[in-house]
Design a binder for this molecule. Sequence first.
Ligand code: ATP
Ligand code: FE
Length: 335
Amino acid sequence: VFILAIESSCDDTAAAVLCGDKVLSNVVARQNIHEEYGGVVPELASRAHQQNIVPVIDVALKKANVAKEQLSAIAFTQGPGLMGSLLVGASFAKSLSMALNIPLIAVNHMHAHILAHFIDEEGFDKPTFPFLALTISGGHTQIVKVNDFFNMEIIGETTDDAVGEAFDKTAKILGLPYPGGPLIDQFAKEGNPKKFPFTKPKVEGLDFSFSGLKTQILYFIQKNVLINPHFIEENKHDICASVQNVIIEILMNKLKLAVAETGIKQIAIGGGVSANSGIRTTLKAAEGKYGWKTFIPKFEYTTDNAAMIGIVGYQKYLHDKFTDSTVVSKARIEF
Ligand code: ATP
Ligand code: FE
């Protein structure tokens, strides 16, 4: 079974070809245009998708050495995401499925961030059901109880900002380019995580809140820059390490609570922020510390990619979960 997968929910145009649960190619065209604006500009994103989508799919097919005529189905991201971006991928997927007369499969982007763990990769174990997924990305922060491929429930989520936003907004305060998450990760490696203790928000149960932390960081920086104009340059590494540290503590505390409440000790992480090296190391260490079994995705399947759309597409293909050409993109989508 050859599946072509298309992901265009935000600012990356991505295409992948899978043979069953194996990835033959996984191509991403990043849009650098947003850097100068300090965030994703929706109108520019959809325009860049228009330019990129045909070449990206061509490259994905060529790299996989698969001809269009060999494809069994086309999977695409239905939502959630930016409407103008989603429409480009959906329209292309519909047209190609009609032209080739093969089935169309609609995929929920957040399910895909979780189910990326079912891609067959050497050296990576697959979780068994049920397991807990911590999805941490640019727009979401969720703890999900995954009962099966198509049966999952959100048991905790953010009440305001996503954890990726906490990283990106901190980076912006520090004057770093967008998206700043990876840079904070890089600087944190040489910093002291205990240097600046930030307080954790008090949120009941399994939910999260990150907007208060953002304000706390902003005031902390403003106050110190007034005293010493070179505060940021002189303390860049320690600030990044301290911010990353408090974020990791917040995530770990909620995970511990989720394990206590559900009795499930298999934990998988997914989404762009799961690329963070501090989070990856801390979670790995939790195996010995708490007796958990943890699943950390291959780096290329953390931030947006089409391979993760393809693996959901493959599972839906096996279960005859197809859609027709009247399907519509959804900026928000029921889980
Ligand atoms: P969503 O999946 O919620 O729709 P998205 O698709 O825009 O949002 P992803 O591509 O999944 O988001 O993740 C992007 C986010 O991941 C950005 O906020 C980025 O800063 C963050 N990120 C990427 N790498 C790292 C890292 N190493 N450390 C921290 N954050 C990171
Ligand atoms: Fe994403």
